[in-house]
Structure formats: C-alpha cells, structure tokens
Design a protein around this ligand. Sequence first.
Ligand SMILES: Nc1ncnc2c1ncn2[C@@H]1O[C@H](COP(=O)(O)OP(=O)(O)O)[C@@H](O)[C@H]1O
Ligand SMILES: [Mg+2]
Length: 329
Amino acid sequence: MTSTSRPAPLLHIDDLRVFFRSAQGEVPAVRGVSLELERGEAVALVGESGCGKSVTAASVLGLVGASATVSGVIRFEGRDVTRLPAPELRRLRGRDIGMVFQDPMTSLDPCFSVGYQLGEALVPARLPRGEVRRRCVELLADLGVPEPEVRLAAHPGQLSGGLRQRVMIAIATACRPKLLIADEPTTALDVTVQAQIMELLRRLRDERQMALLLITHDLGLVAHNASRVVVMYAGLAVEEAATRTLFADPLHPYTRGLLGSLPGARGHRRGQRLLAIPGAVPHPARVPAGCPFRDRCTLAVAACGDCVPNLDEKAPGHRVRCWRVVCST
Ligand SMILES: Nc1ncnc2c1ncn2[C@@H]1O[C@H](COP(=O)(O)OP(=O)(O)O)[C@@H](O)[C@H]1O
Ligand SMILES: [Mg+2]
C-alpha cells in the first residue's frame, strides 16, 4: 500500500450472499448486497420485512448459524470477518462492533439483573473490579436512565420498553465500539420514545465518532439519521444513494413506492390515505426469475422477467437495479 492510498473503509461488504439450508431446500435470504461505511458515518439499510436486512447484519457479526452458507466479502478495517477464528470474532463483537436488536427482550436475559449484564458487556474493557460498578452507573446515567443505581438491581422485565432499549444500547456501546449496528431499534416503541432513542444514538455518534448501520423498514426514520441509504428488496440491494438524493430523486419503483407510503413525502398529499405498495415481499425460496419486484411494479414489462438487473451507477454515488431506469437514458 502506498502512503497516498485511501485507508480501508470501516466496513466493506461486497456482493454478500447468504443461503440457508432448510427442509424446503435452499433459502437464498441475501442474494447480492454491497455497502461501505466510513468511520463515524451513518448508513441506513431499508426495506420491508423479509428483505434480508437482519440476515445481512447477522453476517457481519458471524451470527447466521451453521445452516447458512455465506459468500462475498465482509471486511472490517480491512480484515475479512468471514475468515476470522471464533475467538477473534467474539472480540470483534464485544469491542469493535456493537449490536442493538429490535426487541430488547430477545437479547436481554430476563433471569439476570441489568447490572450483571452490563458488567458482562464490560469484560473486554478489563476494568479493575471496583471500577465496574461505577462504570455501569455512569453508562446508564449517560444514556438518560433515571436512578441508575436502582436500575442496576432491576431485571429487564421490571423496566419499560424505552428503558430496556436504553439498557440494550448501554450494553452494545459499553466498550465504545467503532460501529453500532442497530436493527429496527425503535420499532417496538411509541413515537415519543422512538424520537428519544434516535436522539440518543445521534449523540453517541457525535461524541464518540461511532459509525452507525441503521436497519429499518421505516424510511421516515432515515431522513435525519443517515447520510446514505441502501434499499433492499428480496435479498438484493436495489438502490443506493445519499439520503438527500434518494428523497429528492428516487429511481427504483420500489423506493418510489416506499416513499409514496410516507406521510409528507413527495407524491403524497395530506389527507390522502397512505399508498401501500400492493402485494408482499416474496419468500426467498419463491422469488420469481428476473427482477424480483416485477410482480408488484407498475412499470414492469415482459423483459423484466428475463434476468436480474445489475446495480448500475446512474450518477456518482447513485446506483439502481432496474431495467426500466437503466434503459430510460
Ligand atoms: N435461519 C434461517 N433459516 C431459513 N430462513 C431464514 C433464516 N433466517 C432468516 N431466514 C429468511 O430469510 C429472509 C430474510 O429474513 P430477514 O433478514 O430477517 O428479513 P428482514 O430483517 O429484512 O425482515 C426471511 O424470509 C426469513 O424467513
Ligand atoms: Mg429484521
């Protein structure tokens, strides 16, 4: 490497594919996702439920399980995550990459106190024993948890949804990771708490230069919380652009459909019912040949069934996977 070459991005995913072996045969949950995240940057991965967002996130952490075959490239700070020995992967998870899940009850253990679980998350920090409790209190206080000493003794079931999510974020960020993957971090919460949690994530990013991979089905969450967006459909990245560009000039009919179903978005008039995209995401084992969106697409023509479109660059940094858009210039 020469001294003028660009440092490796924090996270580099290229043509990720994940197949699960199941009783019904092979399930191609992810069929081609590429994305890059720089240090301190926030990128959103957006798409309806079942598009392969969580499987993509789990792949970065090596958490897809033994029934999965993962191919493609996943590099964290230039290191190939898919080839790391298990102990190094575990270290990466705790220390360099934190993960927040949609439902904290699935990732917090109901049998152990908040203090115990937060203490476990601090193990990689190797603090002197007397320091751990003080640091736990500090972490909770920093994340806006009232009466942190009292909460340390509580079990997750005794906390509200918003507090549980704060505890989850405290655990995920306890060792000051360089990257936080937040998978639908606010879906289970009401709108006010949702705004507080997103504000909290923004503050952590600003203060710690932490990068964020925000996974959501809600484009409304993306506008103020990510600088770039990758839109996924049926296991494929179908559009990628700077957030502002994506909102101002969405190219893929799927992205346009998602935006049309957003209150206040272009094409949506106040008082009008939200336009949901008719139909549903196909199950990965039953994705039609050609463009996977064609059955739901108002622009589809016969040729869309021939083969999967490439992800083409329409403008610098703006890529789209659609025959109609590609052919329109
Ligand atoms: N372990 C697994 N075995 C088989 N199929 C799976 C497994 N995990 C996820 N899938 C399938 O992969 C698809 C994508 O799942 P997921 O990534 O969770 O979607 P999203 O997060 O976008 O809602 C879904 O159809 C899901 O049923
Ligand atoms: Mg998911």
